[in-house]
Design a binder for this molecule. Structure first.
Ligand code: DP6
Length: 331
């Protein structure tokens, strides 16, 4: 059976960095994210007993080896075991943004694969089950099944059945909020999140501080998003991101995702804020800087960002929609 799905990427306002269970992908702390309207993955999955092997085409290129291939195959195996089938699959997937550059391509990719794959395998999963399945592919993907603002609840059970993404506010909740995504460099990053967070836990002397404080950040962020307290959301998002990067930098060997342009944008945001244009930044496992602001300052900020050399692309995003099934297939 064939099915297609679209899932949007999400950016965490309070981050996930570290697992308590690597196989089930269970986090050390909850996290809160905003789903983005402009960045998404479209995936078609076809399970058919006539296929002799699994195949995967990403952005027009065949992927037949490497980490990405292993992760997709592992996820297909998981779907097959849930659906009690042995049929092989053909998967075709397109991202409308650079892959593996710190723009959450694994989040939208695994969410789209989970939704299309489970439907194609004849499973009829609800949102919680879909989020749990997505989580098994990539932790942040658990937050890409629902749109708007999502909390990935840490959970406490060892089987992971209480660790999933749940919407805390709809896409329409905060129409004035913007996230301006600055694409600094679109090449693949040196440290993927998965290996990076494991290395941080193993060697960073400050990780225990992260572990002790990240849950509270997430709980507070959830309340602030519900209240639409822009200054407090921005301050906490920026602080939480810098705290995460402080643990990355003090990992051995160091994990440094920042480029000179990353630094330049951060410095400018702080200067412009002092001048009265209120905005805050957050950064994930890559050089891209995502800026939180309100609609009233959006155009002024984009104009100024346009003057910074080294930014390849600027996309101003609003909160985006839920993942959905598409009637049109990619093949
Ligand atoms: C820095 O979800 O990509 O973007 O679970 O190993 O697949 P895996 O990692 P991933 O990590 C995302 C880390 C982050 C922070 C966040 O999105 O919360």
């Amino acid at each position: 059976m064939k099915a297609s799905a679209q899932a949007h990427s999400n950016i965490a306002l309070s981050k996930y960095w570290g697992k308590r269970d690597e196989k089930l992908i269970l986090p050390n702390n909850s996290s809160v994210s905003m789903t983005l309207d402009k960045f998404f993955t479209v995936t078609t999955v076809d399970f058919d007993s006539r296929y002799s092997i699994d195949s995967f085409v990403l952005n027009g290129e065949k992927v037949g080896e490497g980490q990405e291939w292993k992760e997709v195959q592992g996820h297909l195996d998981l779907i097959r075991s849930m659906a009690h089938t042995k049929a092989k699959a053909k998967v075709v997937s397109n991202n409308n943004f650079p892959t593996a550059a710190g723009l959450a391509s694994s989040a939208s990719g695994m969410a789209a694969l989970s939704l299309a794959g489970s439907k194609a395998a004849g499973l009829n999963l609800d949102k919680k089950e879909l989020s749990i399945l997505s989580r098994r592919g990539s932790g942040s993907a658990s937050r890409s099944i629902e749109g708007g603002f999502v909390e990935w609840i840490k959970g406490s059970k060892s089987d992971g059945t209480d660790s999933f993404g749940r919407q805390i506010a709809k896409e329409t909740h905060w129409p004035e909020l913007r996230m301006i995504v600055n694409i600094v460099k679109s090449g693949a990053k040196k440290w993927k999140s998965r290996a990076g967070m494991a290395q941080t836990i193993a060697t960073c002397p400050y990780y225990p501080v992260w572990e002790k404080t990240a849950q509270k950040d997430s709980d507070t962020m959830k309340e602030l998003v519900i209240k639409k307290d822009f200054s407090a959301v921005g301050k906490l998002a920026e602080f939480n991101a810098l705290k995460m990067h402080a643990t990355m930098m003090t990992t051995q060997p160091p994990i440094l995702y920042w480029h000179p342009v990353t630094m330049e944008i951060m410095q400018d945001i702080i200067t412009w804020r002092d001048e009265g244009i209120e905005s805050y930044f957050t950064i994930d496992a890559g050089p891209q800087v995502k800026i939180l602001c309100l609609e009233k300052n959006e155009h002024k900020l984009v104009r100024r960002l346009n003057d910074i050399k080294g930014i390849e692309k600027i996309e101003s995003c609003k909160a985006g929609p839920d993942a959905k099934i598409l009637e049109k297939h990619l093949f």
